[in-house]
Write a protein that binds this ligand. Structure first.
Ligand code: NAI
Ligand code: MG
Length: 354
């Protein structure tokens, strides 16, 4: 049986790193005798240029028919002044909504070899290994109304959730904690926001169903501080869409670079989408120096979550670690080893290690 994978390269370095992941998957296919079938579709800025919309219908259809989707990144200065319906980010929000990808899983694990690449003290980050479970199809990024009023002189955004939307993400987080170190931190702003009060109530209701998991509630501002002062206190963090967006970029500091962080976006049952946590990095796009590891580790998550290929996923993760341990690094990862490599070279090293 062939596994159908849709590639959505997108813009900027998205298109550079996605083919790195494809090369790695082809190496896995050879080594483990698995069959992957790839097709590519436009999303984001390139889709605006080619089709006049950030999310063409054919892209949505192809994703729905696929077994899994790999996405690079969207966006760039070229489209920054477009009206909001012609923004690349609309494509991304649209595909998350179309596939009902409500759960975004972002593992943050420091590689031993990269401890020095973080600006944080090594004794603080040593041993940090956490998973951020971010709600992805509700909250502030989707609430209506979201508009300008009074001739543009006042604005409104809306943070709205239904009970069902909160329950399913909380369940996913508890289940994820059961598979890890059985500690869940729910992050909210329950001292101010009504939405957070319901969120907290639901966590309290649900915890009886998961007696093996310990639970704590932390306000988002305190969580932001704890994440970089006591990161080893965390196992699984569950939070609202925008809080999760911000905290996961912050958590990337633990790993040394945004270029190291993969993510999985999952539906209740249906196709999963896998993408790096970083964006299209216009400042380095076209230079061939992007770190492909976040994208490659996202492909590993795809093997694990969508295809149940645990050994294959592990082979990718071990190969990445192996190459880093040899001292190789891309420009975003500071190192004194002097083994600076570009995107293609890093990819070839990982392929060879596999
Ligand atoms: P960004 O993540 O693209 O870049 C932030 C910084 O990290 C830049 O200095 C960049 O060079 C560096 N960086 C990111 N990934 C890297 C990698 N793999 N290797 C080496 N360095 C890397 O975030 P930024 O600059 O805020 O946004 C740029 C564009 O990307 C915007 O249009 C934004 O809307 C879009 N974006 C798209 C996302 C997505 O498609 N999922 C997520 C975040 C931003
Ligand atoms: Mg973000």
């Amino acid at each position: 049986m062939s596994n159908k994978i849709v590639l959505l390269p997108g813009d900027g370095i998205g298109a550079e790193v996605i083919y790195a992941a494809k090369d790695v998957l082809e190496a896995i296919s050879k080594k483990f005798n698995k069959s992957f079938e790839f097709s590519s579709f436009d999303i984001g800025g390139i889709a605006i240029d080619n089709h006049g919309t950030p999310l063409p219908d054919e892209t949505v259809t192809a994703c729905k028919e696929a077994d899994a989707v790999l996405l690079g990144a969207v966006g760039g200065p070229k489209w920054d002044n477009n009206p909001s319906e012609l923004r690349p980010e609309r494509g991304l929000l649209g595909i998350r909504k179309a596939l009902d990808l409500y759960a975004n899983l972002r593992p943050v694990k420091g590689f031993e070899k990269l401890l020095h690449a973080s600006p944080l003290r090594q004794d603080i980050i040593q041993g940090s290994d956490l998973l951020i479970v971010r709600e992805l199809t509700g909250g502030l990024y989707f609430g209506e109304p979201s508009e300008r009023r009074d001739n543009g002189n006042s604005v409104v955004d809306t943070l709205s959730y239904t009970r069902k939307e909160i329950e399913r993400i909380i369940d996913k987080a508890f289940q994820s904690a059961q598979l890890r170190n059985k500690h869940l931190t729910s992050v909210d702003k329950a001292n101010v926001l009504e939405s957070s009060k319901l969120w907290r109530e639901i966590v309290e209701e649900k915890k009886a169903q998961y007696p093996d998991v310990t639970v704590e509630h932390v306000l988002v501002d305190a969580a932001a501080m704890k994440l970089i002062t006591n990161p080893t206190d965390f196992d699984v963090i569950v939070t609202e869409n925008m809080f999760g967006d911000i905290l996961s970029d912050e958590a990337s500091v633990l790993t040394g670079s945004l270029g190291m962080l993969p993510s999985a976006s999952l539906a209740e049952d249906g196709v999963g989408l896998y993408e790096p946590a970083h964006g299209s990095a216009p400042d380095i796009a076209g230079k061939g120096i992007a770190n492909p590891i976040a994208m490659i580790l996202s492909a590993a998550m795809m093997l694990r979550y969508s295809f149940d290929m645990n050994d294959e996923a592990q082979a990718i993760e071990d190969s990445v670690e192996n190459v880093l341990n040899q001292g190789y690094h891309t420009a975003d990862l500071k190192s004194n080893d002097g083994k600076l490599v570009n995107t293609t070279e890093m990819t070839e090293l990982i392929v060879k290690a596999i």
